[in-house]
Design a protein around this ligand. Sequence first.
Ligand code: PGA
Length: 245
Amino acid sequence: MRNKILAANWKMNLTLPEVELWVKKFNGFNWQSDTKEVRVYPSALFIPMLQNNFSHVGAQNFYYEPSGAFTGELSIEQLSSVGISSVLIGHSERRELFHEDNAFITQKVKAAADKNLSFILCCGENLAQREGKTHLHFIEQQLKSALSSFDRSKLSLLCIAYEPIWAIGTGLHANAAQITEMHAFIRSLLLELFGSDASSVPVLYGGSVNPENAASIFSCPEVAGALVGGASLDPHVFHQLWEQL
Ligand code: PGA
């Protein structure tokens, strides 16, 4: 059995003093578990300092080329050289605000897999797709495209996060029936693409997870944990999620 995952995606939040305070507060809670793991995805600036405190620190973003004239970007090679554990790929904020299309995301998957770096591949439909009942088809297209050159021998690197766009940072969250349907769909798609080994690929939920809705989300079949934005910025709230996982 693989560990359940509680992943903090801080996005572009927290300054150095705030990160230091976060760690101090975090250390005041009990995070011991044989069945669950915490992951932290901070701004890249803070990765090295956080590695002293956390066994799994990842990067929110990178560019797929190994090196070169790409001002402002970080490569997998650079991130791996400081010992990061994983990367996020395909987050809807990257897709929407920074115009990362499916072809771009396929390249990022390839770059991470080529370097044997674990990654969380995010997918999620918008509200119009949900209301128009094209959400399953849309997720299928997103995942099939992102994983089109991904080899099943690397499946242990893969984790999926289903994050409906209409639920991210909005206070709205997918209900248990919607999550159950989508997670079952994603599992069957993974099995179709990669065979029975794909049964162990963790599939997370993300989108306005908070202490009030966490128990019902975590009890849905196939939900292996959560990718958490807003509720990860306060260690006390984050720990409330941990206790329910
Ligand atoms: P949220 O963000 O928990 O603030 O909705 C989740 C995410 O974007 O990963």
